[in-house]
Design a protein around this ligand. Structure first.
Ligand code: ATP
Length: 219
């Protein structure tokens, strides 16, 4: 069965989620209080509706309770984002993902029962900063406050060594979970796999350990 989603707020973030879900063949109801934005999504979403989601009657009449997952992508109007999230949880929506504008907003969203709180601008800023500081770091994805996954291009210090030679786990507390090589992916590489030029290592570990490793790479 196709999953059914609701996206509330069709700015750049909500709009992009809506397009991607529709491209993946999902049923999407797109909601915004702005008529022009809704018109833009009329041919993309399964249904596009003009509505103010801070009105509980509106949420009930749209039958939002029956959808698998609701994404609240209201940006600047933090009050509207909080109120919408609160009512979605009150009417019994199981999965609610909300975009937070800042840490205070995120705290409130957690307290009122949002299932996932995302910080797209903050996270993207961090990812880009890691790439800017070290050209070897292609991407950096936070898993929690302390742990992340980083994609690192092998440089001359790494190439030609086996995983055992590098001993990254003992020296840095990091695990190489995969190696991207050309179009293929080596999952859980073995101790005697040798790093080749242009390999991309996918490593997981504590942020402090990843930073130490990044420093070593850029020396
Ligand atoms: P982005 O960065 O994703 O472009 P943003 O952070 O600039 O978004 P806004 O443009 O403030 O966010 O809000 C996103 C959308 O949410 C807007 O199109 C706005 O009309 C819509 N929106 C705001 N409040 C409500 C509401 N109460 N009900 C429905 N839609 C709303």
């Amino acid at each position: 069965m196709k999953k059914e989603f609701v996206v509330i707020g069709l700015g750049r973030f909500g709009g992009s989620i809506c397009k991607e879900l529709a491209d993946q063949g999902m049923e999407v109801m797109a909601i915004d209080q702005d008529e022009d934005r809704v018109n833009e999504f009329a041919s993309i979403a399964t249904h596009a509706v003009i509505a103010d989601t801070t009105d509980e009657t509106v949420l009930k009449n749209l039958g939002i309770r029956n959808f698998d997952h609701v994404i609240v992508a209201i940006g600047a109007d933090i009050q509207a984002s909080i109120l919408t999230t609160l009512m979605l949880k009150e009417i019994g929506v199981k999965n609610v993902t909300v975009k937070a504008q800042n840490d205070y907003h995120a705290k409130v969203l957690d307290k009122i029962g949002a299932d996932h709180v995302v910080h797209p601008e903050r996270d993207m800023g961090r990812r880009i900063a890691h790439h800017i500081v070290s050209n070897n770091v292609l991407d950096y994805i936070e898993l929690s406050n302390e742990y992340s996954i980083a994609e690192i291009v092998a440089n001359e210090w790494l190439v030609g060594n086996t995983i055992v030679d590098l001993n990254i786990r003992a020296k840095y507390g990091l695990n190489i979970v995969a190696i991207k090589r050309g179009g293929t992916m080596i999952i859980s590489p073995q101790a005697y796999d040798t790093i080749e030029p242009n390999d991309v290592l996918i490593i997981i570990g504590a942020d402090t350990d990843i930073h130490r490793f990044e420093k070593k790479l850029s020396q």
